[in-house]
Design a protein around this ligand. Sequence first.
Ligand code: PA5
Length: 491
Amino acid sequence: MELPDEAIDYHIGGLIAAPATDAFTPLAELQGKNFLTLSRLRGMLPLVNQVRGQIAAEREMSNPPAELRPLDAGFIDMPQKLLDQFRRQKEKSEVGRVIDLAGRLRAQTDRVVVLGIGGSYLGARALFDALCHTYHNELPPAARLGSPRMYFEGNNVDNDAVSHLLELLETSCVDPELPEERWGLIVVSKSGGTIETAVAYRLFRNEMRRLYGPGDRFKQLCIPVTGNPSKLRDLCVAEGIDPNDILPIPDNVGGRYSVFTPVGLLPAAVMGLDVRALLLGAAAMTKRFFEEPFEKNPVLQYAAVNHLLAEEYGKDIRVMAVWSKKLESVGLWYDQLLAESLGKIGRGPTPVTAVMTRDLHSRGQQFQEGQRDKVINNLIVKNVKTAPQQIGMADHNEDDLNQFSRRTMPDLLRAAVQGTNQAYSEAARPTADLVLPQLSEHTLGQLLQMLMLATVVEGRLMGVNPYGQPGVEAYKKNMKKILQSAGNQPA
Ligand code: PA5
């Protein structure tokens, strides 16, 4: 299979023990205890290939057996399906509608608030932080190239945070006849009944109605993304929103696997991102997963390595060490994916996101010398987007930096990655590198799809259903009961 120039890679040299020899060294012994051996990894091949076959078969099941339910395998082929449909039906396709509705928000507003929580929020946030300008919302409109400022709410019940955003909208959007003073709303909830999002929708809807009055503008600038049936859908239809403007979340795609449905694609298109490139990246990863042998297959390798380290070597803490500030939200998106998918029946690795080099000055100590319960997956971006910042010469050299005057920030980062990996290796701390050639829609599409597929593979390897999140219901039930109880009256 021909890989695209922008293909992402997974390097596992930092967690494979050297073949045993007679020459004893303390480090070799330590690595032998904490690193995988190639033969153990090779021993996984029949099992991972079998799991891959099982996942291929699960895509076709319309009526899965009880032990596989819930089975939300729709995300696997979704990117290619959406691309094919777009090719055939253009603006009438799902992607066509996403682009069209995003175009409406881009043309008519200067700010867009995205409401949603968990899987209905984290993917869009990850794309925004990774691919938009770091100070997007502070840029003047011309520099934003038609993209509105973006805000995320409905992901908490934080009175002050919500109030501050409402206050910002109220004070900066006064005259609805001026496009620069108009704002739009995207409300995302698959179930349509999640209390955080529902409450926020009520508050922001009121504020929108206050600004736009009784005319059609509210209906034009509020775009729901939801399942069917859903209370949110019913509410929006009752409020006069055109049912054709309500974007669907397919039944067979679970929340945290939904970034390549309108859940992630609509906000992405509003941000001005190329949604087709995202889908092309994701579809390429699915193809790679099903077609490539283990040695060239990042999904299978990532799943097998991390599964073995967790299950057989006691590495229960899964660190995603992102070597760019712009990837912190991707780390948080993965935290949710892993925690909600595999954290069941008293099992499952614990995800941790670390931002490097920032967290070398906090968690770094523990990664280097703390409990031996961690595997570190570095997420590294090879090429920067902006011109490299050079340290340069200075007249006052008290900081002693003139010796590095010709070095750039990317040089420093490369040295930090190399130096850190070397230190981990010398302390027998298992480490792997997930390398993105650059930050782009195409590489992010590959990465997110890769991690979703790997999570499903891991679930199947463990015998834990990677779909569904029954544990999340417990707090919701209690919260509702408490709110409904007579003794719990407003303060
Ligand atoms: O992964 C999941 O399914 C969850 O995290 C949901 O996305 C989250 O609970 C939000 O649910 P909903 O989209 O129904 O509001």
